[in-house]
Design a protein around this ligand. Structure first.
Ligand code: KIV
Ligand code: ZN
Length: 520
């Protein structure tokens, strides 16, 4: 019989921890419901003690969950654990996930001896188990923890009532053989190991997160922790789509089943990219724009004769439609709705109205509106019901070989029209300076990224902008056939998000402020 591997998604906790990926409350609820629908077994919905916002999101997700277990994170303290339970208790199937850093480096930081830490683990896991039947415990930085001590603390956590033991490679340091050996060692050496589930939680600092997760499964782990698009701290986490598709494609040598409906992968990947502001790199496995593109003549020829020659999975397996019939300026609302549905977007009438207006504007500028154009249109963060405090009314730039390049812009700021002209080192610099003159902020530009959506000189550019102000980070995305205008819109979208964020939290009251090393 095929073994079941549980999929634990932590996009809303570990994924959201990556700088700039902060999602709004509504966005978190939407992603949680997509995860639930696609068959994720456990959703780690957040870190309830970190902020009121996180607490509210976890509580609400817990209330709405249909099938998934809803889990919250808690450090090794009674206060954290109680707060976590308060939030997850609304779920039909709640889980508390508590952790402490067990490697020598982390023991140093917490100033606990091995014995003191062992006692703390016993006490906190016991406390969690008294509140909830479903308790996960993680020795953070397990991979760099002495093996004897790791076995000792895992045994303590199991005896104290943990039902899942997660083995994190917190710094993405391990390799597949070691990942597998550690799980085997724990299964062999720890009394009671057969009665609980081992989980694997890998970060991608050396690019081996997916391989390490699969190696752990082959050794006996039965829960994979992952995020959509591999979102997460630094180089990110194991990508859900990669492990799930690897298990599906290589049933011959990895006969493990998951409950994931893989046809929902593309849609959720796009949504996470959109709400987190993290553009998926074109050559990313499974969900990248080029993952199913065939450029060379030999490959194209092979594909036409038999798709299996160069494709190990079908685009439809991950929710991509094989055919791409372009829309044009004569296409109506029904055709657009059908195309959106085919691409996995379900919109209400008002949303469709807004997208249709922007689709028509695009179709006027571009002869053929391709699938990727529609996706880019949907990723314009300005159309997501954000509070549009600032709107661009008009932009004209002068650029070319002769400096200075100049931007002439009219903005509507809180209902009032303002105009200004600024010079800069290139048209984008001039435009950003003009916006800053009309709406001064201390925000620092951290990322400015441009990608062409399709081929050709009339292709849309998708621009991502990330701003940082007082530790708050906001990203904006926009697409347009005019790269400078797309840049201006992305910048304004990011500023609008920053304004919303300012009103929601005083500086320093963000999730990022709770340091995981502080296990007190
Ligand atoms: O990477 C890590 O160690 C974590 C823990 C909190 C499980 O995310
Ligand atoms: Zn992690």
């Amino acid at each position: 019989m095929t073994d079941q591997v549980l999929i634990f998604d932590t996009t809303l906790r570990d994924g959201e921890q990556s700088p700039g990926a902060t999602m709004s409350h509504t966005e978190k609820l939407e992603i949680a419901s997509l995860l639930d629908e696609m068959g994720v077994d456990i959703i780690e919905a957040g870190f309830p003690i970190a902020s009121q916002g996180d607490f509210d999101a976890v509580s609400e997700i817990a209330k709405n969950a249909k099938n998934a277990v809803i889990c919250g994170l808690a450090r090794a303290s009674f206060g954290d654990i109680d707060r976590c339970m308060e939030a997850v208790k609304h779920a039909a199937q709640p889980r508390i996930h508590t952790f402490i850093g067990t490697s020598p480096l982390h023991r140093d930081i917490t100033a606990l001896t091995m014995d003191e830490m062992a006692d703390k683990i016993h006490d906190t896991v016991t406390h969690a188990r008294n509140l909830c039947d479903n308790v996960q415990w993680s020795p953070m930085d397990a991979i760099r923890t002495e093996h004897d001590y790791l076995c000792r603390v895992v045994e303590i956590a199991i005896k104290a009532g943990a039902t899942t033991i997660n083995i994190p490679d917190t710094v993405g340091y391990t390799i597949p053989r070691e990942s597998s050996d550690i799980i085997k060692m724990l299964l062999e050496r720890v009394p009671g190991a057969d009665d609980i589930i081992f989980a694997t939680h890998c970060h991608n600092d050396l690019g081996m997160a997916t391989a390490n997760s699969l190696a752990a499964v082959e050794a006996g782990a039965r829960q994979i922790e992952c995020t959509i698009n591999g979102l997460g701290e630094r180089a990110g986490n194991t990508a859900l789509e990669e492990v799930v598709m690897a298990l599906k494609v290589r049933q011959d040598i990895m006969p493990y089943a998951t409950k994931i409906d893989t046809t929902k992968i593309m849609n959720i990947s796009r949504r996470v990219s959109q709400v987190s502001g993290f553009v998926v790199q074109p050559n990313k496995a499974i969900v990248g724009k080029n993952a199913f593109a065939h450029e060379s003549g030999i490959h194209q020829d092979g594909m036409l004769k038999n798709a299996e020659t160069f494709e190990i999975m079908r685009p439809a397996d991950v929710g991509l439609s094989g055919t791409s019939l372009p829309l044009g300026k004569h296409s109506g609302r029904a055709a657009l709705r059908a195309k959106l549905e085919e691409l996995g977007y379900e919109l209400g009438d008002n949303q469709l109205k807004d997208v249709f207006v922007r689709f028509k504007e695009l179709a006027d500028r571009k002869k053929e509106v391709l699938d990727d154009d529609i996706v880019a249109l949907m990723q314009d963060t300005g159309s997501e019901g954000q509070n549009e405090f600032i709107k661009i009314k008009k932009l004209r730039v002068i650029c070319g070989s002769e400096a200075p390049q100049t931007a002439d812009i009219t903005l509507e700021i809180d209902g009032e029209e303002k105009h200004c002209t600024a010079e800069g080192d290139g048209p984008v610099d001039a435009t950003f300076k003009a916006i800053k003159t009309l709406y001064p902020t201390e925000a620092r530009l951290q990322i400015y990224q441009v990608n062409a959506v399709t081929e050709g000189t009339d292709a849309q550019a998708t621009v991502s902008v990330r701003l940082e102000e007082d530790g708050r980070i906001a990203t904006g995305q926009s697409s347009h056939t005019d790269t400078v205008f797309a840049s201006a819109k992305a910048y304004v979208n990011a500023v609008n998000r920053l304004i919303v964020r300012r009103t929601k939290s005083a500086p320093g009251v963000d999730t990022k402020e709770v340091k995981y090393t502080d296990a007190g």
